[in-house]
Design a protein around this ligand. Structure first.
Ligand code: ATP
Length: 880
């Protein structure tokens, strides 16, 4: 017998499960041990050892290793051991950096792991899908990825899209009855929901019958997982830069070697010098430090409740020029409360706040308990799924907040679910944001059937044929009155939900298409959903940062406008556009005017895609939020797709690059700020590393031109590049944001890394660093070969100190004096440890012969410090 051939009850029996209570925690533990987790073998991560040896794969490191072997063969043991030690030290630094980066990226993966709603010990809970076991009872709703293979127990218009498994992209309607045939392929097993397929409509529950590699898709899963991380555009760009620098390095090396040999220096010495010079030119640490900076940024974003799903988003965030945000939940609290009810031409005020069901109904200051009102509230509950409960002295809801508000309102009148248990829900047409309404067919205790539709009033007023429970014909005059009532509520920023009904004679079995026809309009609910306070400030901050905020909502135009005004989204001349206006607009017309549009109301998810495309067409970098199944195309098309961690569906999350753990608009701003900070930090260390490299090359070139002996010995160059440069660069990557970071215009996405004066800065500072080093050398050398080691030590120390002072200039694009030099403790630590290492190399006796150094006295230090401060003091206050 196959699972689809037996009934749901039989499935429960065979899996030792209970559809009403689920499994017990103890049972789950045993089954997890027996069957393993609900996942399949993924490509294994890189082992620590492989990561360490990976450090030696770098081209330059290989060249160095060859040089070590050569010097060893030639009997220069001290040199070869020293080079080897430096290379190993460098590899260790690289290893720890990369390991941290890997760790933070795999933590991200955990945060992004799919979740499932499961019934255990009689309670519904959200758990990681990997912890599902056979027998678990799981619920599904539109937008979910099915978390395991399920034999369905109940369905409400449930449809799934199974293309990953069957190749068929049209959704399949699911059933619960057992199927007879014994030769059915997956596409015909209508009572099974397959792991990885997508719930496109409706809802349902099912019992897990297979997990991990025991699912239909698990068998072919290895083909589907894509675990490779793609490089970000910046990483790619820097890699390209690296390649150009390699060519320059090789040319320079060849030049130095040839020139040196021509002047009669030993070939071996010149080869090692050439290799060191090549190492000096190539910023080998750069790509790794970029990855580290990105992953550190990702960690900081997690703390601010933004989860990055694609690393490239970190970069793109800094360029965002427009944020298109949903209203409900992102800009508002998503804590809805019914404040007004409009019924039979009368308006009732509802007291009470939040989901606390204490309060009452008042008309003209008199409490009202009319039966018509009771009946209206009952309709609201019957057509809602949400549950109200109290936890830790707080009233909360489980389900859709709009529906929660209706359930709470009814509770205020003493109507709760228990009292409605004699009503049977026979059928449901689920809510979707395109139709903006939902309908249930209910059997009342007296055996009659009644369809209750709730939804956007403008949709329902147009669809209704009658008015009131006694079915008066709905005349134009009545419609106008209803629209007026809606407008009045909406102008107070209330969200409006209308309720219509259609009654059917006893014994009559209506078809689905009859439920929303010939309806009678009953009344209106006006719900308050207060704007988030922090959203308003974030919107103002974004405006200062040159980023426009657009509100996109399915809500009524007046409600949307009122909320947009409260949030300072809408400038005086800003336009509010409705979905139906968009339908009459060509793409060209939309593009021509889109810069003046700030609020889009009553839109469908399809409109969102057009809005994104129009904005992109006129040159914007668009961040777009979304949570529903149908939002995925717009999220995907935008430059930074953003989904909601709490209310978002799996589909929306998968399409997005950024997930907001708290669904909050202010988090988008925080992420943008972080994105900008990371980019500016990357600019900082690129500038630091490259200026240092330019300085080092120039020292060698100057010496060649001036026919001086080499001012730096190879081992010193290696030391500076591989050991003392790295730590300050990483510390720059962890620098805090400059105050200006959210006061500047967004960065152009195609802007190169050297843009806005960075190239000039690198070259000018590099020239100065090189010049002071060669000057220090010449002052000490004075043409006397006896003084060579002394002069070299001075040059080496000047170079290191000039870089360590210059690093503080790199912290700001404005001026070295713009920031508190002690503001970055990491940098202070890095600089201090570099100085300690430098002192060790100069003063520790056994190290002196290795590094060709000798003791320096106070007078030397005065000269060194004076010279090494020159580049920063001279240029530190310049913007270019
Ligand atoms: P957003 O601002 O995120 O687009 P929204 O809630 O305003 O969210 P939709 O969810 O598309 O947008 O809702 C559109 C309209 O449908 C609402 O204004 C409301 O009138 C109606 N509506 C919303 N939720 C329900 C529901 N659960 N049942 C019936 N009608 C609903």
């Amino acid at each position: 017998m196959r699972w689809y051939q037996i009934s749901a009850d039989e499935t429960a029996k065979q899996t030792n499960s209970d559809p009403h209570k689920g499994l017990s925690t103890k049972e789950v533990e045993q089954r997890l041990k027996r069957d393993g987790r609900n996942e399949w073998k993924e490509e294994k991560g890189v082992s620590q050892l492989a990561l360490f040896f990976g450090q030696f794969k770098d081209f330059m490191v290989l060249v160095l290793l060859v040089a070590t072997v050569i010097s060893g063969l030639l009997g220069e043991y001290i040199d070869s051991i020293a080079i080897l030690l430096i290379v190993v030290l460098n590899a260790l630094i690289g290893f720890f950096q990369e390991r941290n980066a890997e760790k933070s990226l795999s933590k991200l993966k955990e945060l992004n792991a799919p979740m499932a709603r499961v019934l255990r010990d009689g309670q519904w809970a959200k758990i990681s899908s990997a912890e599902l076991v056979v027998g678990d009872v799981v619920s599904l709703s539109a937008g979910d990825r099915v978390p395991a293979d399920l034999r369905l127990v109940s369905v409400t218009s449930l449809e799934t899209e199974e293309s990953a498994l069957t190749g068929e992209s049209l959704p399949v309607a699911k059933v619960t009855e057992k199927l007879e045939s014994d030769q059915l392929g997956p596409q015909d097993q209508l009572n099974i929901a397959f792991m990885s397929s997508l719930v496109t409509r409706g809802s349902g529950t099912g019992i897990v019958i297979g997990t991990g590699s025991n699912t239909a898709v698990g068998q072919i899963a290895e083909l589907l997982v894509d675990t490779k991380r793609k490089e970000t555009p910046l990483e790619r760009r820097l890699e390209k830069l690296g390649k150009i620098l390699i060519v320059i390095a090789l040319l320079l090396t060849a030049l130095t070697v040839l020139a040196g040999v021509y002047r009669g220096n030993p070939v071996y010495e010149m080869l090692i010098a050439g290799v060191s010079l090549a190492v000096a030119v190539i910023p080998e640490g750069l790509p790794a430090i970029v990855t580290v900076a990105l992953s550190l940024g990702v960690q900081r974003m997690i703390k601010q409740k933004a989860i990055v799903r694609r690393l490239s988003a970190v970069e793109t965030l800094g360029s965002a020029t427009v944020i298109c945000s949903d209203k409900t939940g992102t800009l508002t609290e998503n804590q809805m409360t019914v404040k007004e009810i409009y019924l039979d031409g009368k308006t009732y005020t509802v007291t009470g706040d939040g989901y606390d069901p204490s309060g009452g109904f008042y008309r003209d200051d008199k409490e009202s308990k009319e039966e018509a009102l009771q009946q209206f509230l009952r309709y609201g509950v019957l057509s809602s799924h949400a549950k109200v409960f109290r936890k830790k002295k707080r009233w909360m809801i489980d389900g859709d907040p709009t529906e929660g508000a209706l359930v709470v309102a009814a509770k205020k009148a003493g109507i709760d679910e228990g009292k409605l248990s004699e009503y049977d829900i026979l059928h449901e047409i689920p809510f979707d944001s395109k139709r903006k309404r939902m309908t249930v067919l209910v059997r009342t205790p007296d055996g009659k059937q009644i369809a209750i539709t709730k939804g956007a009033p403008d949709v329902l007023i147009e669809k209704a044929a009658y008015l009131g429970a006694d079915k008066k014909l709905l005349a134009d005059k009545d419609k106008r009155k209803l629209y007026e009532a809606v407008d009045q509520m909406a102008a107070k920023a209330l969200r409006t939900i209308a309720v219509c009904i259609r009654q059917f004679p006893a014994g009559y079995e209506p078809k689905e298409e009859e439920l929303e026809k010939e309806m009678s309009f009953i009344g209106l609910n006006g719900l308050i959903d207060p704007p988030r306070k922090e959203a308003r400030d974030a919107i103002i901050d974004c405006r200062k940062a040159g980023i426009k905020t657009i509100m996109i909502t399915g809500d009524h135009v007046k409600t949307a406008t009122a909320i947009a005004n409260m949030l300072h989204i809408l400038p005086p001349a800003g336009k509010v556009v409705e979905g139906k206006d968009l339908d009459h607009m060509s793409d060209e017309e939309l593009q021509a005017d889109v810069d003046n549009m700030y609020v889009f109301a009553r839109v469908t998810p399809e409109h969102k895609l057009r809005i994104v495309q129009a904005l992109q067409k006129v040159g914007h970098i668009v961040a777009m939020t979304g949570d529903g199944v149908n939002d995925a195309p717009a999220i995907k098309a935008s430059d930074i797709g953003i989904s909601m961690g709490v209310t978002g569906t799996d589909v929306a999350k998968e399409a997005s690059a950024l997930v907001l753990m708290d669904d909050n608009f202010a988090t988008i701003k925080a992420a943008i700020k972080e994105g900008r900070t990371i980019y500016s930090n990357i600019r900082k260390f690129v500038r630091y590393l490259l200026a240092s490299n330019v300085g080092e090359i120039l020292v060698m070139l100057f010496a060649m031109i001036l026919a001086l002996p080499m001012p730096l010995v190879p081992i010193q160059i290696l030391w500076v590049n591989l050991v003392t440069d790295g730590l300050p660069a990483i510390a720059l990557g962890m620098d805090k944001a400059e105050d200006e970071v959210m006061k500047q215009k967004p960065r152009h996405p195609n802007e190169g890394i050297f843009a806005r004066g960075l190239g000039t800065k690198i070259v000018t500072r590099g020239i100065l660093i090189g010049s002071v080093t060669i000057i220090a050398f010449m002052l000490m050398y004075q043409g006397d070969p006896e003084r060579l080691v002394y002069a070299q030590t001075t040059a080496f120390t000047t170079l290191v100190m000039a870089q360590l002072i210059h690093v503080f200039d790199c912290r700001s694009e404005k001026s070295v004096f713009a920031r508190n030099p002690l503001g970055n403790v990491w940098l202070i630590g890095a600089v201090l440890s570099s100085i300690v290492l430098l002192l060790a190399v100069i003063y520790v006796d056994p190290l002196q012969p290795i590094f060709h150094t000798t003791d320096l006295v106070m007078r030397d230090w005065t000269l060194i410090l004076a010279l090494s401060a020159v580049p920063t003091v001279l240029f530190g206050f310049m913007k270019k």
